[in-house]
Design a protein around this ligand. Structure first.
Ligand code: MN
Length: 310
């Protein structure tokens, strides 16, 4: 997906409020936007929270329902640098095409991971005949040492999944207990989906060296005395050994975490850079049609123009 209601985000987590201890959380309310014709709720980045580990962008797309004959989502050709786009599909099917020549349909329960590195372009569109679309798309900032890594695309059709105590877990990236996801990452990260059809109270071991956030995809959860609503992000900070939470019946939650990326990150439009110059160069290259981004074969739409830096 593409950042269409862009705002500049310059800086690092060092500029954000500290959240310490078991009882403290930072709540982030969603901003509503539209991407490719469907509504999204966005909670990262915001001024008061730029990163969780290397996770630097979080859009919750839909759920959106389409009448028969409606086209669904369509995001035209656009570029990325310096990040991985990470798509977790909950309902519907989306076709990904990129300038390396990949064509991949993503279905519920699957992850698409596009490592942009030095530069790539892609399109995303609903597969015809889909009545519903529901997905989370996140971006993972590449560490400075890997920002120019060659672009690649990986599809993960099956991920570690298990049920315990009334909760269905799917491990999307990283490891948890004895489970290990195959997902390519460039820094220590965790992504896990928790779904509880009937509701549950649970405790999970955490890594004290990771910072974490809980995003509510469906329903609601309780963290101690705090109720966290659908589309809200609860940032949990560092130095927690354990997390205890209550999921309401039908709740679905995304737990994201990672070692703090202690680097200054610049986000503008669909680019993540480590300097303003990284971004300015990418904008100039895209608008000039440079070979850096290639071309998405079979895409007849106009490429999305890049907005100028403020
Ligand atoms: Mn995109």
């Amino acid at each position: 997906m593409s950042n269409t209601r862009w705002s500049a985000s310059f800086g690092s987590s060092r500029d954000c409020p500290r959240v310490e201890g078991e009882r403290q959380i930072q709540r982030i309310a969603p901003r509503l936007a539209e991407v490719g014709g469907i509504p999204v709720a966005r909670v990262l980045p915001v001024r008061e929270r730029r990163l969780i580990g290397a996770w630097c962008f979080l859009d919750h797309a839909g759920p959106a329902d389409f009448a028969p004959g409606e086209p669904g989502m369509r995001v035209g050709s656009h570029p990325h640098i310096g990040l991985q786009t990470f798509t977790w599909m909950l309902a519907g099917e989306v076709l990904h095409r990129d300038s390396l020549g990949h064509r991949q349909v993503i279905r519920p329960g699957q992850v698409n991971l596009m490592t942009a590195g030095h530069g790539i372009a892609h399109t995303e569109e609903s597969v015809p005949g889909q009545g519903r679309l529901h997905a989370a798309q996140l971006w993972i900032a590449l560490p400075e040492a890997d920002k120019d890594t060659p672009p690649r695309f990986d599809h993960y059709p099956r991920l570690p999944a298990w049920s315990q105590g009334g909760v269905d877990f799917t491990l999307l990236v990283g490891d948890h207990l004895s489970h290990k996801a195959p997902t390519l990452s460039f820094s220590p990260l965790l992504g896990m989906d928790l779904h509880s059809p009937r509701g549950a109270e649970l405790s999970l071991p955490l890594r004290p060296e990771f910072e974490y956030g809980l995003f509510v995809l469906e329903g609601r959860l309780a963290l101690g005395a705090a109720n966290v609503a659908e589309n809200e992000l609860a940032y949990l900070g560092l130095h927690r050994e354990q997390l205890t939470l209550t999921l309401a019946p039908g709740a679905r939650v995304l737990l994201v975490g990672g070692e703090p990326l202690d680097e200054d990150i610049y986000i503008w439009w669909n680019f993540v850079g480590h300097s303003r110059d990284d971004i300015a160069q990418a904008l100039a290259d895209w608008n000039a049609g440079a070979e850096r981004f290639g071309k998405v074969e079979g895409d007849n739409g106009e490429p999305l123009p890049a907005p100028e830096l403020p």
